[in-house]
Design a protein around this ligand. Structure first.
Ligand code: 5AD
Ligand code: SF4
Length: 466
């Protein structure tokens, strides 16, 4: 494992803190994209708060603005450039420091465009997060623009301060990078190769979260169920917990944690030991994210997903046989290059068969540098939208159909707080991520309660406390 304890970098936290002393400075952070980015932002915020800034939700009242970017789909780019246009005035008026980080900064054409046309102070990538205090120090002291990007895979940095967004649920990154090179996906190019965190560091982090009162842990990575695979293959894995299945079993032992989730796994890495661990570990959620991407075997091959329609369905059947209460969510892309109407029907067929509880639907977005971007038969935008709407309609029918199965059942609900739309009702989620509202007192917040479901309302369920 390539691992580094943070030390020198943190000296800069103290240096910036001294410069900022007594100034009552504010920061604003905008996170785009996935939960890994959210988790990175928690670390960035942890460092920033130690440097004397307090969080502001008003960008116009901030002295430091951080954009933590995503580049998985094109709309994130448009969003960033729009935002950078907006903060220009703030920078001119208040001298606000503008820092742009994350996946998009690992793309040269984007960095070139920012340098040419936008105002910024710091550009940092996915492998240089821990340098942020040093970059900020240099930006303040030298008043010059800093670009801090590494093209090689960064080390796994342990010991960064972290400011968690939630006090009940927490995310714990267990691995960085991806080796799968799905042909549509930019992630392997911007997050580098797979590398796993030392299991002892993960377990320590989860234990400390449990001590702080956290109840639910989500283990994060681009391909979580290949945890430690590369290290095993290279023979550099000198720990007993050398697979995802073993990690799940170890985390399941930690007292105080009541629920364990993980995202994202890859169907190809759902080996029997992983399925058995999910079955055996009482705290591991039986709601599994199983990204499908397409239901058609030819398209799956062109996507380099390394499973067929049949193999995916067989895996679902096997998991249902081994864990009868299991439920699934998925990711689906419509309009991959060359996808025909008939091939798209296969996707609908799999959706009908698996009856996913939740579907994250995406319109294929061309990503520069990926093999799919160079494929000739790009699907016209209007056809992509027609397919998207068809999938969305089917999904909405399925939501109602699935919801009906919940009526009269008793669900364990982690109570999150009062509902935003009705302040008299408490809200929480089922294990399958469905929103449930019910009457109850505030002392239930943060607890897991039995709630009987009494009616369904498409995007939420109504229940009553038992
Ligand atoms: N276009 C559309 N969706 C994409 N995803 C990844 N790359 C692309 C792309 N180029 C989706 C996949 C992945 C999810 C996180 O984002 O479904 O699982
Ligand atoms: Fe992208 Fe595929 Fe890796 Fe997921 S598994 S991050 S879709 S390359």
């Amino acid at each position: 494992m390539v691992k580094k304890e943070i030390n020198n970098e943190l000296e800069y936290i103290e240096k910036v803190r001294k410069i900022n002393e007594g100034k009552n400075l504010k920061y604003y952070i905008l996170t785009m994209g996935c939960q890994l980015n959210e988790n990175d932002s928690e670390k960035i915020s942890g460092m920033i708060e130690q440097m004397g800034y307090t969080l502001s939700d008003d960008i116009m009242d901030s002295d430091l603005v951080i954009y933590n970017t995503c580049c998985v789909r094109e709309n994130a780019e448009e969003k960033l450039f729009g935002k950078l246009g907006e903060v220009k005035k703030l920078k001119e008026a208040r001298g606000t420091i503008i820092a742009i980080g994350g996946c998009m900064m690992q793309e040269k054409h984007i960095v070139d465009k920012i340098k040419k046309s936008y105002k910024y102070d710091i550009i940092f990538g996915t492998h240089t997060l821990h340098n942020f205090p040093k970059d900020l120090y240099n930006a303040i002291i030298e008043n010059k623009k800093i670009t801090d990007i590494l093209d090689i895979d960064g080390e796994i940095i342990e010991g960064l301060p972290i400011k968690r967004n939630d006090s009940i649920r927490a995310s714990v990154t267990i691995m960085n990078g991806c080796n799968n090179f799905c042909t549509y996906c930019i992630v392997p190019y911007v997050r580098g190769r797979e590398r796993s965190r030392d299991p002892e560091d993960i377990i320590q982090e989860v234990k400390s979260l449990a001590e702080q009162g956290y109840k639910e842990i989500t283990l994060l990575g681009q391909n979580v169920n290949s945890y430690m695979r590369v290290e095993r293959e290279k023979g550099i894995c000198n720990t007993k917990i050398n697979s995802f299945a073993k990690l799940l079993r170890a985390v399941n032992e930690i007292e105080g944690i009541e629920k364990i989730r993980f995202i994202s796994p890859h169907p190809k890495d759902f080996t029997d030991d992983v399925i058995e661990a999910i079955r055996d570990c009482s705290k591991v959620s039986k709601f599994i994210h199983l990204p499908l991407q397409s239901g058609n075997t030819r398209v799956l091959k062109a996507m380099n997903r390394v499973y067929t329609k049949d193999e995916y369905l067989k895996l679902v059947d096997k998991m249902k046989n081994m864990i009868p209460e299991i439920k699934f969510s998925t990711d689906i892309i419509v309009g991959f290059p060359g996808e025909t109407d008939e091939e798209f029907e296969d996707t609908l067929d799999v959706v009908n068969k698996v009856k996913f509880e939740q579907i994250f639907m995406f319109i294929y977005s061309r990503r520069l540098g990926t093999p799919a971007d160079k494929m000739e038969e790009q699907v016209p935008e209007n056809i992509k939208h027609i397919r998207f709407d068809k999938l969305k309609n089917l999904y909405e029918e399925l939501v109602v159909e699935n919801n009906k199965e919940y009526i009269n059942t008793i669900q364990k609900i982690l109570v999150e707080g009062y509902s935003k739309t009705n302040a008299n009702l408490l809200t929480g989620r089922t294990d399958t991520n469905k929103v449930v509202v019910f009457e109850g007192k505030s002392d239930l917040i943060g607890k897991i309660e039995d709630v009987e479901i009494i009616s369904e309302h498409k995007w939420y369920l109504k229940g009553k406390l038992i």
